[in-house]
Design a protein around this ligand. Structure first.
Ligand code: HEM
Length: 415
């Protein structure tokens, strides 16, 4: 299944959907329809649902879904094994976004395997490294306070609109060198792509995003600046300029990966803080422990998954996987594995250090992880300093968005 980056072609393995397409090698007792990302039980309380999966589902089962069937791994140990073994568990075709087979491109670095993968990451590594993102801390604190200024005297806000969205999206767009005044349009596109669960809408949205990003890339090629898009547009790989499709596939994946994930994470954490005043006070009373607090909150509120394709027949947990099967590491469920995190649903800011799988592990571990951690830390520190007591507005029904990035739709707060 080796891919040729300069001649992108769609994966040859079959995309299986629904009960009619369960392959014969899957044992009947391992077939489930868990409704992950869309079912009513999942959407009622996604993280509680994924925590409870350890009692209700086998550790490795075959999930049948209208959005694509896949083996589903919920044990932390299995996820580490899968995610660290890119040769057997490949990222080719792992991204669910539909593309024109006649004008195919790869999402970079997400769909590229070692050794090429590293060459792409090196192009922007310095901008996303701990040192690189530390340079953004001052503007992050300033932006957080500007957003708080706008609402603090009102005594209420929709957190998602007032802070959860504009805070990370503004920082991300500035870093990319894309216009901040297009935030609403970009977010609309990201939401249509990540949360519609409708492949026709996803395909149409991807086309719209493509038209915009291609013109933005052309603009950066003509007028270079310090942003990530410009850096990618002018980068060389193996001593040659990158092709148009490589540049586009790289910028497009960053655009998709960076717009919605921190947003969902902040919404989840603020909902938890609003509902747990004593624990919020504990955070405020122990400022030295902020990094462990962020990590523990990322553990119980992780928002996305790692999908892979099995490249050759392989046995896992006594189960026979076949080449071409899809497999998803359900990272939020893995983060509730009681064998690794005892009393997994309890938020414990003094847990022994273990690998939290919010950003995955292995070659494809999240490129934005340092940025996302710093944003979460700064947002918590600045908000709690000025609005230490807040609650969910009475009579609010929290509704979760369907799709592969888990978080509430709106979060009305009062203080
Ligand atoms: C809390 C926020 C975030 C979470 C929870 C998150 C989570 C993840 C996860 C789980 C993966 C691995 C996907 C897989 O295994 O298939 C990933 C990959 C990636 N993420 Fe993030 N992400 C976040 C924020 C960001 C941001 C802000 C950016 C961009 C600035 C970003 C860029 C990327 C990229 C480029 C990859 C692909 C890395 C590769 O394949 O080498 N992420 N992210």
């Amino acid at each position: 299944m080796a891919i040729d980056v300069l001649n992108p072609s769609p994966p040859t393995f079959q995309r299986r959907v629904g009960m009619d397409q369960v392959p014969p090698h899957v044992p009947k007792e391992l077939v489930h329809s868990a409704g992950i990302t869309f079912g009513p039980d999942f959407l009622a309380a996604p993280h509680a649902f994924m925590a409870a999966m350890h009692e209700k589902f086998p550790p490795l089962f075959y999930d049948v879904s209208p959005f694509g069937n896949a083996w589903t791994a919920i044990k932390h140990e299995d996820a580490l094994h899968i995610l660290r073994n890119a040769e057997v568990f490949s990222n080719e075709g792992a991204t669910p976004f539909p593309r024109d087979p006649d004008d195919y491109f790869y999402f970079i670095p997400q769909e590229i395997e070692p050794p090429q993968h590293r060459k792409y990451r090196m192009i922007v590594d310095s901008m996303f490294s701990p040192q690189g993102v530390a340079g953004l801390e001052t503007q992050m604190r300033q932006l957080a306070n500007e957003l708080i200024d706008k609402v603090i005297d009102k005594g209420e806000c929709d957190f998602t609109e007032a802070f959860g969205r504009p805070f990370p999206v503004t920082i991300f767009l500035r870093l990319m060198g894309l216009p901040v005044d297009m935030t609403d349009t970009f977010v609309e596109w990201a939401v249509a792509l990540l949360h519609s669960n409708d492949r026709a809408i996803m395909a149409e949205t991807l086309k719209t995003i493509s038209v915009y990003l291609k013109s933005a890339i052309a603009e950066k090629q003509a007028n270079p600046d310090d942003g990530v898009v410009s850096r990618i547009a002018h980068a060389e790989i193996d001593g040659r300029p990158m092709s148009d499709k490589e540049i586009f596939g790289f910028v497009a994946f960053l655009f998709i990966g960076g717009l919605d994930t921190v947003f969902a994470t902040l919404n989840n954490i603020w909902l938890w803080m609003a509902e747990n005043p004593d624990r919020r006070a504990e955070i405020n009373a122990d400022p030295e422990n902020i990094n462990a607090q962020v990590e523990e909150l990322l553990r119980v509120h992780s928002v996305t998954f790692s999908g892979r394709t099995v490249t050759r027949d392989f046995e896992l947990r006594g189960v026979q996987l076949k080449a071409g099967d899809k497999i998803t590491c359900l990272l939020p469920a893995c983060n509730f594995d009681p064998d690794v995190f005892p009393n997994p649903t309890v938020v414990d800011f003094h847990r022994p250090k273990k690998i939290v799988l919010a950003f995955t592990v292995g070659v494809h571990s999240c490129m934005g992880a340092h940025l996302a951690r710093l944003e979460t830390k700064v947002a918590m520190q600045e908000w709690l300093k000025r609005i230490p007591d807040f609650a969910v507005k009475p009579d609010t029904k929290i509704v979760y968005r369907p799709g592969g990035v888990v978080g509430p739709h709106h979060l009305p707060l009062v203080w």
